[in-house]
Design a protein around this ligand. Structure first.
Ligand SMILES: Cc1ncc(COP(=O)(O)O)c(C=O)c1O
Length: 412
């Protein structure tokens, strides 16, 4: 048996994995063209201008129609999407068990009480039964995130929401281009938010986000809320509601337009790579690809792998340490569980106050604690590898070889 790199053996993968090379000459040229125009005309580069409008139209076209509003981050996009729904303060909003803080904080900042649904066993996404279990007469919306680029089980969630007449907000930050039963995520709920920061599938620069909906009235409300309540599409001369300035801008949009044109190829390549890795793992016993639902086409922001430590002489941490030593860029745990975070547990949304939980109008359970056993179990039993479209067969082979080598060394 090959000696593990951890124990002084040769590394499976001595050379680093390739960088993503997300931004290239096309993005540079698009940005330079805007500067050239600004220099020649004397007009500053702005926002809501032709580039931003074109980007939004192209984004909506990718989604198969509807309306897009570019904003300055994915967190802002979720904040704006929720704000567009005009939910009354002190209502409850169901939030995902595993997600970025920016996928939950906007709920609390709108003075709505986040109520956490557990995940579907063996996955990072909230399950329909787990969502149903936390619905109350105070539920005003459900936020569903498609974590890792894997669509959540949306049909039963949409059915639940319809039966209660509450909207579903899709958080597609990690899942642009993913499909659930043939339909693009983001088109399933009432309104969707996505992040376009530079780690995501397509980026509008270092930071960015988009709000998307097929409902024109929601779109205009989102646009107003994202820009200080300006009376877009209204015959009113003054600002109609309080809001921040969360606008996108033309420079970012110029980058986003190039990136968006590459999205279909990025998504296709990620699927191909993930498919090869999954196929190559069929002979392994203690480690397997994460459970995916039938009928989904994921876009793999990262790939999940499940470890059955009962078959090994080490725990998951030991397994991933050995994988990393072989030269594989592994994330031992994606344990982003908002209910475990200090801001959530200690209720620091508006420091010095326990709002939104303490709002006099809040009629739900102020003391609710969310243990999320399925999410904790999923986080503890899985590790992740961030694959990207610039991987070649050599990277796929390195991952598979390292998985086989480490498993063979530790199998009971
Ligand atoms: C699921 C999810 N929601 C929201 C966000 C927040 O997006 P941003 O970082 O662009 O604010 C992220 C960012 O990673 C995310 O992964």
């Amino acid at each position: 048996m090959d000696k593990l790199a951890l124990d002084g053996g040769d590394k499976v993968r001595p050379e680093p994995f390739p960088k993503r090379h997300l931004f290239g000459a096309q993005e540079r040229d698009a940005v330079l063209a805007l500067f050239e125009r600004a220099i020649q005309t004397g007009d500053a580069i702005g926002y809501n201008g032709p580039e931003e409008q074109a980007y939004e139209a192209e984004f909506a076209a990718y989604m198969g129609g509807g309306y897009a509003d570019m904003v300055n981050s994915g967190s802002s996009a979720l904040y704006v999407a929720l704000g567009a729904l005009c939910l009354q303060p002190a209502g409850e909003v169901v939030v995902p068990p595993i997600t970025d803080p920016g996928g939950v904080m906007p709920v609390a900042l709108l003075n709505l009480v986040p109520v956490v649904a557990d995940s579907l066993p063996d996955t990072f996404n909230a399950g329909p039964e787990q969502i149903e279990a936390v619905l109350t007469p105070h539920t005003r919306a459900i936020v569903v995130a498609h974590i890792a680029g894997e669509p959540a089980d949306m049909d039963p969630v949409l059915e639940l929401a319809r039966s209660r007449d509450i909207p579903v907000v899709e958080d597609c930050a990690q899942a642009h281009g993913a499909r659930y039963r043939g339909r693009l995520v983001g088109t399933l709920g009432s309104i969707a938010a996505t992040s376009t920061m530079s780690g995501k599938h397509h980026a509008t620069g270092p930071q960015g986000g988009v709000v998307y909906t097929q409902d024109e009235a929601l779109y205009w409300e989102a646009k107003r809320f994202a820009d200080r309540g300006k009376p877009f599409n209204l015959e009113i001369a003054s600002n109609v509601r309080a809001g921040l300035n969360l606008n996108g801008n033309d420079l970012a949009a110029a980058i986003g337009r190039i990136q968006l044109s590459r999205l279909p190829a990025m998504v296709a390549r990620r699927r191909e790579i993930a498919g090869s890795i999954k196929a190559g793992m069929s002979g392994l016993q203690a480690v397997g690809p994460g459970r995916e639902l039938d009928g989904v086409e994921s876009v793999y922001w990262f790939m999940r792998f499940k470890v059955d430590a009962s078959l090994l002489t080490v725990d998951k941490a030991g397994f991933t340490r050995a994988l990393a030593a072989e030269g594989i860029p592994v994330n031992p745990s994606y344990r982003h569980i908002p209910a475990e975070a200090a801001w959530f547990r200690e209720r620091r949304v508006f420091p010095g106050s326990d709002y939104p939980w303490g709002l006099p109008d809040y009629q739900g359970n102020r003391d609710a604690v969310y243990a999320c056993p399925n999410a904790v179990e999923a986080a503890e039993s899985h590790f992740c590898i961030s694959i990207h479209e610039n991987f070649t067969d050599a990277e796929v082979d390195s991952i598979l070889e390292a998985l086989r080598k480490v498993e063979a060394a530790y199998l009971r």
